[in-house]
Write a protein that binds this ligand. Structure first.
Ligand SMILES: Cc1cc2nc3c(=O)[nH]c(=O)nc-3n(C[C@H](O)[C@H](O)[C@H](O)COP(=O)(O)OP(=O)(O)OC[C@H]3O[C@@H](n4cnc5c(N)ncnc54)[C@H](O)[C@@H]3O)c2cc1C
Length: 463
């Protein structure tokens, strides 16, 4: 080991890579980490964090509207897109600096460079034209938005990366995709006053979520004024003589917009990384294949996070990093646990979910009890807003274990985080029933739905 420059070299300074580098360096190991763009990676620079700041920005018009019912007169509001971008960029730069500082503070060495494998112990740092060697190597290069080369006019389209730096707020936008990134951006742009159309080839948005949430969100988004075209694709994108875009969708309709955003999936960053030189196996979409411990096909090379295409979420990348450090540096082989991951969609209204959807649970359990409540949250009473909140618990009828919880409405993401604990712990509906409500809250509904709304037997609803 002493013959190498580093005990660990990490390629990629995003959520997973930075965590692994920092924690390993804090163990007293010699650690180097290279980042080709900006420390913090997708989540901090052009993912979760700036997106959530945009979500907050886009919610204000509804807050202003709702204020009237509570006695407030809000003068005509105006919005400055450039001010939002400047303030967001300032915050992102602050976080970026903290990420790098934390690695250095733990004793790690940081490089602002693209890193490429030369062989299974050797890395080339391209910006410095320098070669370094390492005993263990961790690949945490993440992913990027998938392109759509088959779409005529795709060169006129933007991806999520560009959406964070548009010079001007468009008047109208078309977004292609039905996953959480497409749905969140549709709500962001609509909230900021942009005429928004979502084009999705599938039958319903947000394919892996509970159907009640998908239908409920779809309906509410349409009521707000977002146009959603399902079973539809964009067939071509033309630049018109006035500079605007004409997006021809299935059926021939031409949607006129200032921007067209593609959010059709993400692609692992594995090209030209020297994987062949080190003989690292990749899968069909270019993802790095790893075993249960995040080890690649090469003994001393590991991979975590989005580049492995397991579950593409920041807390998952961080968890995989912590398990990697346990396995590779603490003599405690630990496999990441990908079961029952609580998650949110920062749509408007928000989605919070954990565990199995009703459909998935119906395939695993013979009998289900479904507890479902749809109601107007108290905050919408005086405001007059007609939006309903939906809460749903999916319970295994035999053991009474709560196997899924699904919420649509204000603060659903915050609730999903807390519901993740009892559901991960395998608690039963009786435990929920024994829990005292917090009144008056929306969340109290989760512990006061005493009677099943309906039952499901062998996948069929029985009342
Ligand atoms: C718009 C958007 C919104 C999102 N919202 C959420 C959310 O709300 N919640 C959530 O949990 N997740 C969210 N995600 C997903 C989350 O950002 C990722 O799951 C997470 O960042 C993955 O971390 P990672 O370490 O695997 O990769 P990344 O964070 O992508 O980091 C990889 C880093 O490696 C660098 N790199 C690549 N190749 C090289 C090389 N050869 N040499 C040096 N450096 C290299 C890249 O520049 C990058 O900085 C969102 C993603 C997007 C795009």
């Amino acid at each position: 080991m002493a013959g190498y420059d580093y005990d660990l070299f990490v390629i990629g300074g995003g959520s997973g890579g930075v965590r692994a580098a920092r924690v390993t360096a804090a163990l007293g190991k010699r650690v180097g980490i290279a980042e080709e763009y900006r420390f913090g990676g997708t989540c901090v620079i052009r993912g979760c964090v700036p997106k959530k700041l945009f979500v907050y920005a886009s919610q204000f018009p509804e807050h202003f509207e709702d204020a009237a019912g509570y006695g407030w007169t809000v003068p005509q509001a105006s919005f400055d897109w450039k001010a939002l971008i400047t303030n967001k960029d300032r915050e992102i730069a602050r976080l970026e600096a903290i990420y790098e500082k934390n690695v250095k503070g733990a004793g790690g060495e940081t490089f602002h460079s693209r890193a490429v494998l030369v062989d299974n112990h050797t890395i080339r740092l391209e910006a410095e034209d320098r070669i370094v060697t390492a005993d263990q190597i961790l690949i945490a290069t993440g992913g990027r938005p998938a392109l759509h080369p088959a779409l005529p006019g795709h060169e006129h389209c933007i991806m999520s990366n560009e959406a964070f730096h548009l010079p001007e707020l468009p008047k109208a936008i078309v977004i292609e995709g039905g996953g959480y990134i497409a749905v969140e951006f549709a709500n962001i742009f609509h909230g900021l006053g942009v005429k928004t159309t979502l084009v999705y080839r599938g039958a319903e948005i947000l394919s892996r979520f509970d159907m009640d949430l998908r239908l409920g969100l779809h309906e509410t988004m349409e009521k707000k004024g977002i146009r959603i075209l399902c079973h539809a694709i964009s067939e071509k994108v033309d630049r018109q003589s006035d500079g605007r875009l004409g997006v021809t969708v299935s059926g021939g309709e031409v949607l006129v917009a200032d921007q067209m955003m593609l959010a059709i999936g993400r692609q692992p960053n594995t090209e030209n990384l020297g994987l062949e030189a080190a003989r690292i196996e990749t899968g069909k979409t270019g993802e790095i294949i790893v075993d249960d411990y995040s080890r690649t096909s090469v003994e001393n090379i590991w991979a975590i996070g989005d580049v492995t295409n397991r579950v593409q979420l920041t807390p998952v990348a961080i968890h995989e990093a912590m398990c990697f450090v346990e396995t590779a540096f603490k003599g405690n082989p630990t496999t990441p646990d990908h079961d029952t991951i609580a998650t949110a969609v920062f749509s408007q209204p928000e989605i919070g979910t954990v565990g199995l959807s009703e459909d998935e649970a119906g395939k695993r359990f013979r009998e289900l009890e479904i507890y479902r409540a749809s109601f107007r949250p108290m905050r919408h009473t005086l405001s007059g807003r007609q939006e309903k909140m939906l809460m749903k618990l999916v319970v295994d009828g035999t053991t009474r274990r709560v196997v899924g919880a699904h919420i649509l409405g204000p603060d659903a993401g915050e609730m999903a985080q807390l519901l993740g604990i009892p559901i991960k712990a395998g608690l039963t509906k009786d435990d929920f029933d024994r829990t005292m409500a917090v009144h008056p809250t929306a969340a109290e509904e989760l512990v006061t739905m005493y009677k099943p709304t309906y039952r499901v037997r062998d996948g069929e609803r029985v009342d």
